[in-house]
Design a protein around this ligand. Structure first.
Ligand SMILES: [Zn+2]
Length: 306
């Protein structure tokens, strides 16, 4: 058995079929995200799935920028967001009310649970937004209702709708490792899949095989071993690899811009209440301090206030 990869994503192709794939495993980056918050086991799993999901999505970025996956709801979890840049920098955070999770403190985080709890965690009216933010140019956002039980199914639907290509996504996490597998039919040269007969047969077969995928195996096995076991009759060709890492894009300048959004009056009130103003990035716990002089300089330098 090949050793399970750490923070590595790999592209692959099936010889003789028009199906492409991405497989990835996250460990250190996932640990870092979990270390920055005090999350109950069910949320550790959900965070891992969001990280693996956004890492798979980031493989579709064709320009410099980032992609984020954000679910908002009215359940015990109010918000969960994960983002990934084209350079494979990952981060994630969630906001939740502690009370509904109090009872599960005794659970072990190494148990793989099905994420069928997605709607119960976020509530029945939850939505999932996929936002693509190019380094230059307009951002794009697609929003889908979180109708399905698992994030894997919601993302498969999202791809199917947005790219008009049959897509299958499998995500797993257990508080220690997170893993993702994506299979997608390659577009025909005119960009559509209208005429697709023989390929449909292959797609059905591949999907039937993926149905047998066990979450524990997905988390423990090396990429090549897993693909060989799953698709034992097909020839799989491994292609380019990517290395993921935890990294946050926050900065003092960005935090200052966010502060300016409060307006001059509100900032004066904040300074009177407490000096310096302290802001902590929730993604990476970096502290930023702004004293009276810093705020005055910010206000003086802001062209929108003159
Ligand atoms: Zn940060």
């Amino acid at each position: 058995m090949t050793t399970a990869e750490n923070d590595l994503g790999q592209r692959f192709l099936f010889d003789d079929t028009d199906i492409r794939g991405e497989i990835l495993s996250l460990q250190d980056s996932y640990h870092q995200v979990l270390q920055n918050g005090d999350y109950p086991p069910a949320l550790q799993i959900l965070l891992g799935e969001f990280l693996a999901g956004v890492a798979l999505l980031s493989a579709t970025l064709k320009f410099d920028g980032s992609i984020s996956l954000q679910a908002v709801g009215k359940g015990p979890v109010n918000m969960i967001v994960a983002d990934c840049t084209r350079q494979s920098s990952l981060r994630a955070i969630t906001r939740f009310s502690a009370a509904p999770f109090d009872g599960e403190c005794g659970e072990t985080t190494s148990t793989v649970t099905d994420s069928a709890a997605l709607t119960s965690l976020l509530g029945s009216q939850a939505t999932l937004a996929v936002t693509i933010e190019p380094a230059q140019g307009e951002r794009y956002q697609g929003i889908v209702p979180l109708e399905r039980h698992s994030l894997s199914d919601c993302l498969s639907d999202y791809f199917h709708r947005s790219e008009q290509l049959p897509t299958r996504i499998c995500l797993s996490a257990d508080g220690r490792r997170a893993a993702g597998l994506l299979l997608q039919v390659l577009p025909l040269s005119d960009g559509t899949r209208d005429e697709w007969d023989e390929g449909e047969e292959h797609w059905r077969l591949v999907n039937t095989l993926v149905d047998t995928l066990n979450k524990q195996e997905q988390l423990e096995f090396g990429h090549e071993t897993l693909l060989r076991r799953l698709f034992y009759q097909q020839k799989v060709r491994m292609l380019a690899t990517r290395t993921f890492r935890f990294s946050c894009s926050c900065s003092r300048a960005r935090t200052a811009r966010a502060l300016l959004g409060f307006g001059a009056h509100e900032l004066q009130v904040m300074l009177e209440e407490k000096t310096p103003i302290e802001i902590t990035c929730q993604f990476c716990l970096q502290h930023y301090r702004f004293n009276k002089k810093d705020i005055e300089k910010l206000l003086n330098d802001d062209p929108t206030l003159h």
